[in-house]
Design a protein around this ligand. Structure first.
Ligand SMILES: [Mg+2]
Length: 254
């Protein structure tokens, strides 16, 4: 069973391994659904990050006029010192972030499959839906077009909107809540990077970790900011809709 809520058995955690069960969030309490994009709305198995990573390396090598291996060392140093490669390039080289973001997201997204089951689940969720991504609006729109879910989303809060400060910087969450008039206690965030859920939890949002295998996505130490977790976003939403019994009926079909 892919769905895994604390205190329940699942394929990774045996029953009783997690005390303190937290029930699925009741839909009437949630009126804003916030989704990370990469490896959350589409499966990590699509491995789009590898394409982005290769293009980041190529961009840095070209910008600095270095061989790929030498540029990689500089890039990783920026990543360590500034949190993101982009921030390092902006501080050290006065880079125009738009050039970088356009280049690194110019990838093949055809490996993202349509997801009609996710489309149906989003249709039935009552309330607003937003995307909260460290990528760009253009990248998000291309992905959501492939998935077939773009029509459900009211807004995309991207790295441009965040003034190029990425999650999990807490101020970005405050800006998201403020800009879109979101009541934290009536909002839920789905995200594959466990650490990106902490500021949402701290502000009163419900959190769902969409588990992936990547080492950098795993929770470190205290897990109290992870309220729910799942291996499959669509299955989680389907279970939530079935659990609540308050969801809107599916749209009439011709
Ligand atoms: Mg992600």
């Amino acid at each position: 069973m892919a769905l895994c809520v604390r205190g329940r058995a699942c394929q990774f955690y045996p029953a009783m391994a997690r005390p303190d069960p937290i029930p699925l969030p009741a839909l009437p309490q949630i009126d804003t659904w916030v989704f990370d994009l990469d490896n959350t709305l589409y499966p990590a198995a699509c491995n789009l990050f590898h394409q982005v990573d290769v293009r980041i390396g190529a961009f840095v090598a070209r910008l600095l006029g270095m061989a790929p291996d030498a540029a990689r060392v500089v890039q990783k140093d920026y990543l360590k010192r500034y949190g993101t490669t982009l921030r390092g390039l902006m501080v050290e080289h006065r880079l125009d972030p738009k050039d970088y973001l356009d280049f690194v997201h110019d990838i093949d997204v055809t490996r993202v499959p349509a997801n009609p089951a996710l489309d149906r689940a989003l249709e039935r969720l009552p309330g607003r839906k937003l995307v909260f991504t460290n990528g760009t609006v253009t990248h998000a729109e291309r992905i959501m077009e492939r998935l077939g879910v773009a029509r459900h989303f009211e807004a995309i809060f991207d790295i441009h909107a965040a003034a190029y400060v990425p999650k999990p910087e807490p101020a970005v969450y405050d800006q998201l809540l403020r800009d879109h008039a979101i009541q934290a206690r009536r909002a839920i965030l789905f995200e594959d990077m466990a650490r990106n859920l902490k500021p949402a939890h701290d502000r009163g949002m419900t959190t769902v970790w969409v588990r992936v295998d990547s080492p950098w996505a795993q929770p470190e130490g205290d897990r109290s900011h992870i309220h729910h977790e799942t291996d499959d976003l669509t299955e989680f939403l389907q279970a939530l809709l079935g659990h609540s019994g308050t969801a809107k009926p599916p749209p009439a079909r011709d």
